[in-house]
Design a protein around this ligand. Structure first.
Ligand SMILES: [Zn+2]
Length: 231
């Protein structure tokens, strides 16, 4: 059984963090959490994430039908439901507009290179989706395949979507994407971005597996590097 009130309070707290960090402006961005019985708790349309109350949140079913709410759910509801349908292992989705990560997408630049070790271990890579009009069904379709293999995506010319076991987990992934984008931008200003070499990625894969952070194979596949020949 969910502790729904606890989850509602956590959503308010994480919403404040997203807003206070400048990862959204005004009424942009939205959060959701899977509840028992095929239900989803989600932020309402037209609210600032920094100014919500636990009772403002909406509950919908997995077809998007409103079950209980004083307000309509976010217009990005199809994006959230698509993430849950494709990822039975996750419980939370955060959608935001972090400026630096967004700037890469608006410049037509990718964050998919394997550059920062903790990002490679945490995410593999951070792909960018095809362009879709925000809040459209198309916006949900462009994440459907990529979200199966990635916990964080850049939505082209729009923002990010991150998923996790809880809202804090999905929020931290948003923070890490924006941090990675910021570091990459600074590195570019200083000169050029040098990706991790194949050998460095192989050693990272071995350490990741030994430390229990994630499978080495996942890193080799994400960064398109052959496994070590000596196993
Ligand atoms: Zn958006």
């Amino acid at each position: 059984m969910d502790n729904e009130w606890h989850i509602r309070k956590e959503m308010i707290e994480i919403g404040k963090r997203v807003y206070d960090k400048g990862f959204v402006a005004a009424t942009d961005g939205n959060l959701s959490h899977r509840l028992s019985g095929d239900r989803v708790l989600i932020t309402p349309s037209g609210f600032c994430l920094g100014e919500m109350q636990p009772t403002d949140l909406a509950v919908v079913n997995m077809t998007g039908r409103l079950l209980t709410a004083p307000h309509q759910p976010t217009s990005e509801l199809p994006l959230h439901l698509t993430a849950y349908r494709n990822r039975p292992d996750i419980n939370a989705v955060v959608h935001a507009h972090p400026p630096t990560a967004n700037a890469f997408s608006f410049a037509g630049e990718s964050l998919e290179q394997c550059v920062i070790p903790e990002v490679v271990v945490g995410f593999g890579t951070i792909p960018t989706t095809a362009y879709a009009t925000p809040s459209s069904d198309e916006g949900a379709q462009v994440i459907a395949e990529l979200i199966r293999d990635h916990d964080g995506l850049i939505l082209q010319r729009h923002g990010t979507v991150t998923v996790g076991g809880c809202l804090r987990d999905a929020y931290f992934k948003l923070e890490k994407i924006e941090h990675a984008a910021h570091i990459t931008l600074l590195a570019r200003l200083l000169g050029k971005v040098i990706p991790l070499s194949d050998n460095e990625l192989r050693r990272l894969g071995q350490v990741s597996e030994r430390m229990g952070w994630g499978s080495a194979e996942g890193i080799y596949q994400a960064c398109k590097v052959n496994p070590p020949s000596n196993g």
